[in-house]
Design a protein around this ligand. Structure first.
Ligand SMILES: *[C@@H]1O[C@H](CO)[C@@H](O)[C@H](O)[C@H]1NC(C)=O
Ligand SMILES: *[C@@H]1O[C@H](CO)[C@@H](O)[C@H](O)[C@H]1NC(C)=O
Ligand SMILES: *[C@@H]1O[C@H](CO)[C@@H](O)[C@H](O)[C@H]1NC(C)=O
Ligand SMILES: *[C@@H]1O[C@H](CO)[C@@H](O)[C@H](O)[C@H]1NC(C)=O
Ligand SMILES: *[C@@H]1O[C@H](CO)[C@@H](O)[C@H](O)[C@H]1NC(C)=O
Ligand SMILES: *[C@@H]1O[C@H](CO)[C@@H](O)[C@H](O)[C@H]1NC(C)=O
Ligand SMILES: *[C@@H]1O[C@H](CO)[C@@H](O)[C@H](O)[C@H]1NC(C)=O
Ligand SMILES: *[C@@H]1O[C@H](CO)[C@@H](O)[C@H](O)[C@H]1NC(C)=O
Ligand SMILES: *[C@@H]1O[C@H](CO)[C@@H](O)[C@H](O)[C@H]1NC(C)=O
Ligand SMILES: *[C@@H]1O[C@H](CO)[C@@H](O)[C@H](O)[C@H]1NC(C)=O
Ligand SMILES: *[C@@H]1O[C@H](CO)[C@@H](O)[C@H](O)[C@H]1NC(C)=O
Ligand SMILES: *[C@@H]1O[C@H](CO)[C@@H](O)[C@H](O)[C@H]1NC(C)=O
Length: 804
């Protein structure tokens, strides 16, 4: 985020007549995309800057996390999609409210700031070359415009920004009309709505221009800087009353009348999209929303975690002109601080500052500074010193801004609203016909939902989708005699041995009917004695497992129970285990898996679909418990299938004794949470799969000796996660694969982000396997995209359209 600051630092070289502070417009930490019914925000605390979204048309909305392991700087949204900027990684992602459409749009070669989304265009300031750039402009916008601008903001068919001398420049089909309507004003800040735009002129008065059909371009009279931090929607305008932080709106159904839907609540900033406005409360950073129907305002609290009150900037705030926002180091959790806004540049008609008491909810934020202000203010009022000097006034206002109840955001200040921003948007595509928002539900987040609920949700989803549902339900597996299997394996000869799995040695076998199979023969160990004791349970489980048929699971063909012998007969997988392709014993071993990222991701996708079937479609759900690369097998057509689930647990409800029938996995793949809780959950499989993903990305074993290390074995998790988190995915990638170019690199990166999310310490922080499947589908689709578009001139821009 130093980006924005450095941009302004660069600006500061130019005499800044009207920019005593830095303004940024229409990018922030909360965004509304009404067309997709999505409201997203960047979380405060730990982790800071990760995106949480909530679907406001859901009757029971719960928030969900997008790219959970990545911290973003800022967000912006139009009616159809949202974008998030990560300037340190020189990247931004866009999605249309649906996680699986998440796409990295910008592949990075320069540092961006002030990302803004209009109705269809995406625009940002490219700090490295001092120009505004557009994406997805469909020829309606220039590719770039050079110059030093501030307050970049985008509406429906226009994007505007303020030049260094305060004039407004606009681009796009509606741009010239908008620019002309602002030609009489020197502006310090502008915020675009759908078809109108408001801001403060250099004297601090509200100026609104553009569409005015509902009075949205009304400019309420008042003292300078009385209204700040605008949020403009389709046909309404909201702003914050600077003196007490209350939100005030006009337009919509109310014409020029002013409405205070939450009189008395202090807001940090507001955002609007369509007819919806949301505000971040100063007292606890929760998000309250209302529609611009003033006859019947119902305010609803969204199910989102605490949202950052402003954009976090690096460098410990050394670049903040007006100091750092209190406690913002904690809010940003190490990623920087939030700068105080520095409002009130150059006022012309100073008036004594009003004295006002803090409301109870605000009082805890009132520090010494407020008291200073209150004393100065009340002394001033009390003694009737109406003629307080201008200088005094400035000091007072500054004090107030710095320390009182309405400190706000904006990187290094800004008369505007860093977060205050506006999503623009044509709301016509949104809505569900009925009442859009049920009253104020306080729903728990999905992560804290009880497991039983989680399961029933997975159930209903499974029932709805049946996407990769069972291909067929065959009869129970064949029962073989021991003699038959002895014959098939040449009496378990060594040259038929192909490996060892849980519960025994695996042999290749040839059945009399010509079928090639893999036969696993249980060892006589105490562990298996348990099975013998539970003969009936074993058999019924077998009968159940033999009915599990899925194209990404290795099917059980049959079994043998004879005296002490316990054998399982599986389909034969010609190309062996993924593990052996990634870590060949013979360095000259050639494999299509080694050489291609696309192949590797395809294998991960196949395997994740197999696990998804076990978790979400099998009845009851099955936890594999031993996901690792040697249990992901490749058939003759290189389709990956998950194997060795024969002894997996069924569902979380199974009785305790089952839990002990098998060790809970393999070192290096084992869920760290298991050590603490001794409980295996579906998220344990997700952890194991995350390790497999890291193995596939790095080409390293789950536990390996690192040549750069001290000879101690390291886990691939410890090796890869820090680099991926730091945005240096390239440094850990398997060098045996040719470096991925452009879109392919995005795909690999997406897999990397997914992987580190899967190996989070706590199960509830890990995604569901369905999320993993969705993201791997997205990643694989990027290869198809890149093959389609080839090396077109626009190769660095990935289409924003939904994949399907
Ligand atoms: C939001 O929820 C509605 C109703 O449950 C659903 O139809 C819609 O697809 C959801 N939208 C997204 C982007 O998930
Ligand atoms: C923008 O500002 C920088 C730094 O002050 C300056 O070098 C550059 O020439 C300016 N660009 C334009 C187009 O004015
Ligand atoms: C934007 O402008 C283009 C060209 O003038 C027009 O075709 C399009 O309909 C406009 N979009 C909207 C949403 O008004
Ligand atoms: C402001 O700067 C723009 C170019 O940046 C120029 O076209 C315009 O004439 C200037 N306006 C004034 C009033 O100086
Ligand atoms: C805007 O600023 C220019 C100087 O850059 C000044 O000449 C002009 O009068 C100002 N216009 C208004 C409306 O304040
Ligand atoms: C918008 O309309 C209102 C009346 O509805 C009027 O008072 C106001 O001046 C208009 N604003 C503009 C910029 O024309
Ligand atoms: C807001 O509330 C205050 C006291 O809480 C009251 O004095 C004021 O009239 C209210 N303003 C509006 C516009 O309702
Ligand atoms: C906040 O200030 C506005 C005007 O400055 C006033 O109308 C409103 O009543 C105030 N609200 C409270 C709670 O004091
Ligand atoms: C946060 O504050 C809002 C209003 O200021 C209140 O309605 C809500 O209950 C508070 N939420 C929490 C979790 O304290
Ligand atoms: C960030 O969060 C971690 C984990 O909760 C905590 O240990 C650390 O102190 C936090 N850092 C800051 C700067 O708040
Ligand atoms: C706001 O917009 C949504 C979607 O367009 C619509 O369903 C809803 O009825 C609108 N609400 C009001 C108060 O106009
Ligand atoms: C971005 O894409 C372009 C075109 O494909 C490519 O030349 C460039 O190297 C890529 N940049 C990065 C940082 O990957």
């Amino acid at each position: 985020m130093s980006v924005v600051l450095k941009f302004f630092a660069a600006l500061a070289v130019v005499p800044l007549l009207f920019f005593s502070s830095d303004a940024v417009g229409s990018t922030g930490t909360l965004a509304i995309s009404l067309g997709t019914n999505t409201v997203c925000g960047l979380s405060a605390g730990t982790p800071s800057g990760t995106i949480y979204c909530t679907n406001i048309s859901d009757s029971v909305p719960t928030s969900y996390q997008v790219l959970p392991t990545v911290s973003f700087d800022s967000l912006s949204a139009g009616s159809a999609f949202l974008c998030a900027l990560k300037s340190s990684a020189e990247a931004f992602f866009c999605w249309n409210g649906d996680l699986s459409s998440l796409k990295r749009v910008y592949n990075g070669s320069s540092v961006l700031s002030e990302l803004t989304v209009g109705e269809a265009q995406v625009s940002a300031f490219d700090r490295s070359v001092n120009e505004i750039r557009w994406w997805r402009n469909a020829g309606l916008f220039p590719a770039s415009v050079s110059g030093n601008y501030s307050s970049l903001t985008s509406g429906n068919n226009f994007t505007c920004a303020i030049t260094t001398n305060g004039t407004v420049n606009c681009w796009g089909p509606q741009g010239s009309a908008m620019q002309a309507s602002f030609s009489d004003y020197n502006m310090t800040t502008i915020v675009a709505g759908d078809s109108h735009m408001c801001g403060l002129d250099s004297s601090g008065f509200v100026i609104c221009q553009g569409s005015n059909s509902s009075g949205e371009s009304y400019a309420p009279p008042g003292s300078p800087f009385e209204y700040t931090r605008f949020a403009l929607g389709l046909s309404h305008t909201c702003a914050i009353m600077e003196r007490n932080g209350t939100a005030v709106c006009w337009g919509g159904s109310g014409g020029t009348q002013l409405h205070t839907p939450m009189n008395g609540t202090t807001f940090e900033f507001l955002v609007s999209g369509g007819n919806l406005t949301c505000g971040l409360t100063a007292s606890n950073y929760s998000v309250l929303c209302w529609e611009s129907d003033w006859t019947n305002v119902s305010v609803r609290k969204l199910d989102l975690p605490r949202i950052l009150p402003g954009i976090c900037v690096a460098d410990g705030g050394s670049e903040c002109n007006c100091g750092a926002y209190p406690d913002s180091e904690n809010l940003c959790n190490g990623t920087g601080v939030i700068c105080q806004r520095c409002d009130f540049p150059n006022p012309i008609t100073p008036s004594p500052p009003p004295a006002f008491p803090p409301t109870p909810s605000e009082s805890k934020k009132v520090g010494i500074g407020w008291k200073v202000y209150a004393i100065v203010g009340s002394v001033g009022t009390f003694l009737g010193l109406c003629a307080i000097t201008y200088f005094m006034w400035v000091i007072c206002r500054r004090k107030k801004v710095h320390n009182s109840v309405i400190p706000t955001i904006a990187p290094s200040g800004g008369n505007n609203n860093a977060g205050a921003t506006t999503a623009t948007g044509n709301s016509s595509s949104g809505g569900n016909g009925g009442r859009l928002y049920p009253p104020n539900p306080f729903f728990s987040r999905s992560s804290s939902a009880p497991r039983s609920r989680m399961f029933s949700r997975q159930w209903s989803r499974a029932l709805q989708r049946q996407r990769s549902g069972p291909s067929s339900f065959k009869d129970r597996a064949d029962e073989f005699s021991f003699a038959e299997l002895e014959k098939a394996t040449k009496f378990f000869s060594l040259d038929m041995k192909i490996g060892a799995g849980s519960f025994g040695t695996v042999y290749r076998g040839l059945l009399p009917d010509g079928r090639e199979v893999a036969i696993k023969r249980g060892e006589s160990s105490p562990r298996n004695k348990r099975f013998q004791e539970k003969e009936n349970a074993f058999q019924s489980e077998l009968a159940f497992l033999s009915r599990l048929h899925h194209k990404h699971l290795v099917s059980l063909v049959g079994f043998c129970v004879e005296n002490d012998e316990r054998l399982l007969v599986y389909e034969y997988m010609k190309n062996g285990a993924l593990h052996d392709h990634l870590h060949p014993k013979n360095p000259d071993f050639e494999s299509p898996v080694i050489s291609s990222w696309k192949m590797r991701i395809k294998i991960l996708l196949d395997a994740s679909r197999g696990i998804e079937y076990l978790h979400n479609y099998a009845v009851p759900p099955i936890i594999h418990r031993d996901i690792k690369s040697s249990n992901i097998l490749l058939d003759a057509y290189w389709v990956a299938r998950v194997s060795d689930f024969g002894l997996s647990l069924m569902g979380p409800e199974t009785d305790e004794s089952h839990l002990e029938t098998k060790a809970a996995g393999t070192v290096g793949y084992m869920d760290p949470e298991y050590y603490g809780t001794n409980q295996v959950t579906v998220k344990s499989d997700v952890y194991g799969f995350g390790v497999v993903m890291l193995e596939v990305l790095t080409g390293r074993r789950a536990i390996f000796k690192y040549e750069g290390g001290d000879g101690e074995p390291v886990s691939v998790v410890d090796y890869a996660v820090p680099s991926i988190e730091a945005g240096e995915v390239g440094s850990i990638l398997d060098t045996r694969v040719a470096p991925a170019a452009s879109q392919e690199a995005e795909a690999v990166e997406l897999v990397a982000y997914m992987a580190i999310h899967c190996v989070k310490l706590e199960g509830r922080d890990r995604p569901s396997i369905a999320d993993v499947v969705a993201n791997l589908e997205t990643a694989l689709a990027l290869f198809e995209d890149s093959q389609r578009s080839g090396s077109s001139a626009n190769a660095s821009v990935i289409s924003l359209e939904a994949r399907d």
